[in-house]
Structures are given as structure tokens and as C-alpha cells.
Design a protein around this ligand. Structure first.
Ligand code: DOR
Ligand code: ZN
Ligand code: ZN
Length: 422
């Protein structure tokens, strides 16, 4: 196996930042320090680059099996790697839904051939139907890392409480998509001045806030581990903050579109700006940013949700969701690093250490002995997001045409270069 020396790079992990050389052999970080003397088969000049541990996105949809015209395991992993994401947690709303140990074991077996550390959630309810709880212990034995009915809430508090108790027994975190479908009632964008201006049905923010409150109080009652998906409202951020203060084993995530964008984009009547939960108001965006800054928000995820151009063609009837794996690091750097709000170590915590901790996976750092899963990023490089250049099979990016700052240049997995930008 090739040995690699990365020279003069700003190495940043959750512990801190230092300029050094990194020597990689046998898939691991063997040494680091100033001006290493080792001979290497390949030398990478890291001047001007930052080295981060591989990122972990705990909320992606790879559409495999069932909708591989949108994405499949391989194209999803290619998109991940191109974004510096070396570990993912896949949501179970595939076709059929991932509600059995056999499906999960088979998917994880196929994923072994990919350069990405792929984890899978099992369904909370059989067939995502919100009726009967799935067999959590069996899915855990097959390798499931968490449980979710993502795309839908568990419909009643009674069933959610039973799910949380059973998940606690099985030792698995519950990842909850909090939206009350009765309140959404066919709405397609945030309810407010933009939905009124467009004359389309809105989704009231109460749809998110109420289920978030319900699930957090059930987590406090049961002591189960609960992770709230893609938080987008001030109300949800406040609820998570309170539940944490009350001692709950609760965490949450948000996505780049919620801290960079707002509902005004919907005035373009373009379904590429539609997702669940929807883009909200400037006040919500500020609340999400405050949540990231004070630690209420634990992770930045993408909710990478591929849909084809044909499916996205009609503003009113298109399915919800946006791809995100190839833009998330740049989006985070643009919003927080280049504004001086967070340093690279903070970004690593939000995009690698925290999601791994929530899923009870070992932390990745740039210490000696760690797997050499490393992202080399030029934090200052500006680039414009061109959908057709994405590796994902679907091009429904909410950042199309936007200039972001921070470009993934190379990604190494197990010490091997798996991606190089042009
Ligand atoms: O926008 C979304 N898309 N939100 C979800 O919860 C599901 C996802 C999908 O699967 O397309
Ligand atoms: Zn969701
Ligand atoms: Zn999702």
C-alpha cells in the first residue's frame, strides 16, 4: 500500500489546530509533526489547505433500493466523498422501507465495497406506516445504528412513547422527523407572507414545533435517547434548548439551507427550493444560527434528498427535498468560518465528532493511530455551485448558482486518495 506524506497542512480536529506534516501508512496516521523526514511514495503539498477528519453526515437518503433513478448506493457515496463526507447514516424511507434485519444486513453488506463508512437506520414502525413497531433488537443485531421513520412523524404520542421505550431497551437512538401532517394538510412551503403572495397552501410552523415538543417531553419521560431531525424553527430550537437544560438525552441537527437561506427564494416558483421542513423566515434562520453558536444544535447534516429534474419540474406537485452532500462543508465554512463565528475545530465537532458520538461510533481525530480518513480543503477557495457538475445522480441543489467559499480539494479514505477536485 502506498505511503503518503501531506506536507505543511493546517490539521484541525475537535481538539485543536496546528500546522504540521502528516505521514500515512497502512491506512493509518503514523506520525505528525513539523518537517517529517520519512520517505513517502506520494507527497501532497498541503500549503494553504486544511486537513480535517472525514466528515460524518447522519441524515442522507440514498434511494437504494427502490428509487435508484434518483440515487443509488454508489452514486450517493460518490457524492459524499466529493463533499468530504466519509461516513453517512442512511434514512430508511426506501422502497421497500428498511424495517427488517435481512434488508439492513444486505444493504450494509453491499456498502462494504464503497469507500464510505455507511450506516443504516431501521424503521420505527413496520413499513413506515405508523401502526406497529418494528423489531428493534433484531435490526440492531443486523447492524442498524439508529431508528427513524424519517419523512413522517410517528402519528400518536402513545406509539412514540412505546417506540422510545423499546428503543431504549434495544440501546438505539431514535431519530425523529417532527412534522404534524394534520397541520401541514397539503401545504408545500412555509405558511406566511410568501405562501400568501404566491397563493399556495402553507405549512404552519406549529406542525414542526408541536411534534418537537411532544417527542422531547416523551424523551424526558422515558429517558430514551432522542435526536431531532432538521430543526428549522425558532420554536423547535427553543424546545431543544429547554429539554437539554432539563437533563434529557436529546440532541438535534440542522441543515445548511436553514442557516443560509430563507423563504423569499420560493418567489422564484422553483421546486428546487422546496423541502420538508421548508425554508422559513429570517427570524428562524437567526434562531438556528444562535442554536449552533450556543451548542443547542449538535450537528450539521444535509438531509441529502435526491429527486430528478423531471420530478422537480412542477413547482406545485414536485416531491420535497434537496441534495446537499457536495455543498455542506463549503456552506458551513461560508456561514460560520468566514464570518469569524466558528473555527475549523468547531466545524469538525458539528460535522464529524458530534454525529459520531450521537451514534456511539468512535470519534475520528488526526491523532497517530487513527484511520487516515482525511479531507483536504482549501478554506478560502471560492466556487460557484453548478448542478450538472455534481456527482449525485440528482441535481436538485438549493445552492445552484451561488458562490460558496471553501473547496474540497482531495479526500483520502484509509490513506488512499479517493477524490481529487479538477
Ligand atoms: O424534504 C424532504 N425530503 N424531507 C423529508 O423528510 C424526506 C425527504 C425525502 O425523502 O425526499
Ligand atoms: Zn425528515
Ligand atoms: Zn430526511
Amino acid at each position: 500500500m502506498e505511503t503518503v506524506l501531506i506536507r505543511n497542512v493546517l490539521a484541525a480536529d475537535a481538539a485543536g489546530e496546528r500546522v504540521c506534516d502528516l505521514f500515512l501508512a497502512d491506512g493509518k496516521i503514523v506520525s505528525y509533526g513539523p518537517a517529517l523526514k520519512q520517505h513517502a511514495d506520494r507527497v501532497i503539498d498541503g500549503t494553504g489547505l486544511a486537513a480535517l477528519p472525514g466528515l460524518f453526515d447522519m441524515h442522507v437518503h440514498f434511494r437504494d433500493p427502490g428509487q435508484t433513478h434518483k440515487e443509488d448506493l454508489s452514486t450517493g457515496c460518490a457524492a459524499a466523498i466529493a463533499g468530504g463526507v466519509t461516513g453517512v447514516l442512511c434514512m430508511p424511507n426506501t422502497n421497500p422501507p428498511m424495517d427488517s434485519p435481512a434488508q439492513i444486513a444486505e444493504f450494509l453488506r453491499r456498502a462494504e465495497a464503497e469507500p464510505v463508512e455507511v450506516h443504516q437506520t431501521g424503521c420505527l414502525t413496520v413499513g413506515l406506516k405508523g401502526e406497529t413497531l418494528a423489531d428493534y433488537a433484531a435490526m440492531k443485531a443486523a447492524g442498524a445504528a439508529a431508528l427513524s421513520d424519517d419523512g413522517r412523524p410517528v402519528p400518536t404520542a402513545e406509539l412514540m412513547e412505546a417506540a422510545l421505550r423499546k428503543a431504549k431497551e434495544a440501546g438505539l437512538p431514535v431519530v425523529s422527523h417532527c412534522e404534524d401532517l394534520a397541520i401541514i394538510d397539503g401545504g408545500i412551503i412555509n405558511k406566511g407572507k410568501i405562501s400568501e403572495a404566491l397563493g399556495v397552501k402553507g405549512m404552519d410552523r406549529a406542525s414542526e414545533d408541536q411534534i418537537t415538543e411532544r417527542d422531547l417531553s416523551l424523551a424526558l419521560k422515558t429517558g430514551a435517547q432522542l435526536h431531532i431531525c432538521h430543526v428549522s424553527t425558532r420554536g423547535s430550537i427553543d424546545a431543544v434548548r429547554r429539554a437539554k437544560a432539563a437533563g434529557g438525552t436529546v440532541t438535534c441537527e440542522t441543515a445548511p439551507h436553514y442557516f443560509l437561506l430563507t423563504e423569499e427564494l420560493l418567489l422564484k416558483r422553483d421546486a428546487d427550493y422546496r423541502m420538508n421542513p421548508p425554508l422559513r423566515t429570517e427570524d428562524d434562520r437567526q434562531a438556528v444560527i444562535e442554536g449552533i453558536m450556543d451548542g443547542t444544535v449538535d450537528c450539521i447534516i444535509t438531509d441529502h434528498a435526491p429527486h430528478t429534474a423531471a420530478e422537480k419540474a412542477d413547482f406545485l406537485t414536485a416531491p420535497n427535498g434537496v441534495v446537499g452532500l457536495e455543498t455542506s462543508l463549503a456552506a458551513a465554512l461560508t456561514a460560520f468560518y468566514h464570518t469569524g463565528m466558528l473555527n475549523l475545530s468547531d466545524i469538525v465537532r458539528l460535522m464529524s465528532s458530534n454525529p459520531r458520538r450521537i451514534l456511539h461510533l468512535p470519534e475520528r481525530t488526526l491523532e497517530v493511530g487513527q484511520p487516515a480518513d482525511i479531507v483536504l480543503v482549501n478554506p478560502r477557495e471560492e466556487w460557484t455551485v453548478e448542478p450538472e457538475k455534481l456527482h449525485s445522480r440528482s441535481k436538485n441543489t438549493v445552492f445552484k448558482g451561488m458562490t460558496l467559499r471553501g473547496r474540497v480539494r482531495k479526500v483520502l479514505v484509509g490513506g488512499t486518495v479517493c477524490f481529487e477536485a479538477d
